[in-house]
Design a protein around this ligand. Structure first.
Ligand SMILES: Cc1ncc(C[n+]2csc(CCOP(=O)(O)OP(=O)(O)O)c2C)c(N)n1
Ligand SMILES: [Mg+2]
Length: 338
């Protein structure tokens, strides 16, 4: 019997628990991003915001297999990755709203979400800049023999940036415990990746240039994402070096802010919305014997979590003027670095 049609009784219990956890993470992330969108349209989110609506399965698949001391690097489209790494939702929301109870004191905003205590090592606004940094963190982990794995998320457009190639080369040469995960959502800002790239699969087709296995997965299939996450993180943890994963996905909305994304064909959007990872997993779980009421309860609990986090975030004051020149690189002090 193939895996896809295996009956519930054949499935180890842990699989079921992990799939429910992935479902919960995706639903919370989805409702969080929708709430951010609403607050943005009300003019309450300070600065820009790049949502990962539709792309949740990738971050959730990895979040389900990482250990507490592992490290994650992501891009400006990083709300979901930071949240699923365990950063407190209220503090993330407060950061987007520019409040003092934000995860960076309300001074970083959407593109600088960081929670080092949870291994959420930052969301980087410069395309590709975090890839060599992630490789460096993996090098440190290897030298210090900490057993940590580093996961670095980035977009398809990033594969045409020099830092992508530099990071991959060093990671392979030094056999670093890092997994590079390309979230290929088919677009950069407004440009389709295929119109500016020499190969069809921007990450997977370049893997062989670095002696890596080409790994192309359906980033909208939470089970497949979980399986590839487990395999690549295990490889890194056991000393077998880096992996490069290309996960095909699609963002439901525009690139950022209130971009209506009119540059995308309607049929393409409809096709991908029909492949939304959340209802897909829901249907599959029910087919595998999970009671729909269990999933409804997860949905309702997630609504409460997002409501509570929003209320807590909005109750926070703006950052005090006295914090204007603190926690800066050029603050003249060194206590907070290291
Ligand atoms: C080095 C650099 N060049 C250009 C930009 C402007 N920019 C911001 S996001 C973006 C698109 C990146 O696309 P992709 O890597 O596919 O990520 P996605 O936004 O689709 O997640 C660009 C060009 C930037 N931030 N940094
Ligand atoms: Mg993209």
């Amino acid at each position: 019997m193939s895996k896809a049609v295996r009956s519930r009784s054949d499935k180890p219990r842990t699989d079921e628990a992990v799939r429910l956890e992935i479902y919960r993470m995706m639903v919370e992330a989805r409702l969080f991003e929708r709430r951010v969108h609403d607050l943005f349209l009300q003019g309450l989110v300070k600065g820009t915001s790049h949502l990962a609506l539709g792309q949740e399965a990738i971050a959730a698949g990895y979040a389900a297999v990482l250990q507490p001391n592992d490290l994650v690097y992501c891009t400006y489209r990083g709300h979901v990755h930071t949240l699923l790494r365990g950063a407190p939702m209220a503090a993330l929301m407060a950061e987007l709203l520019g409040r003092a109870n934000g995860i960076c004191g309300g001074k970083g905003g959407s593109m600088h979400l960081t929670d080092v205590s949870k291994g959420a090592m930052g969301s980087y606004a410069i395309v590709g800049a975090h890839m060599p940094i992630a490789a460096g963190a993996a090098w440190a982990a290897k030298e210090r023999e900490t057993g940590q794995v580093v996961v670095c998320f980035f977009g398809d457009g990033t594969t045409n940036i020099g830092a992508f190639h530099e990071a991959l080369n060093f990671a392979v040469v030094w056999e670093l415990p890092v997994v590079f995960v390309c979230e290929n959502n088919l677009y950069m800002e407004y440009t389709p990746i295929r119109s500016v790239t020499a190969v069809e699969n921007p990450a997977a087709d370049r893997a062989s240039a670095y002696a890596l296995e080409p790994i192309l997965v359906d980033g909208n299939d939470p089970d497949e994402m979980h399986a590839v996450a487990r395999r690549t993180v295990d490889l890194a943890r056991s000393g077998d070096g880096p992996s490069l994963v290309e996960a095909r996905t699609y963002r439901h909305g525009g690139h950022s802010r209130a971009d209506p994304a009119k540059y995308r064909p309607e049929e393409e959007v409809a096709e991908w919305v029909a492949r939304d990872p959340i209802p897909s997993l829901r249907e599959r779980l029910i087919a595998d014997g999970i009671d729909a009421t269990t999933l409804d309860e997860i949905d309702r609990a997630a609504e409460r979590v997002v409501d509570d986090a929003t209320a807590e975030a909005q109750a926070g004051p703006p950052p005090d003027r006295s914090t204007l020149l603190t926690e800066l690189w050029a603050d003249g002090g060194s206590e907070w670095r290291n």
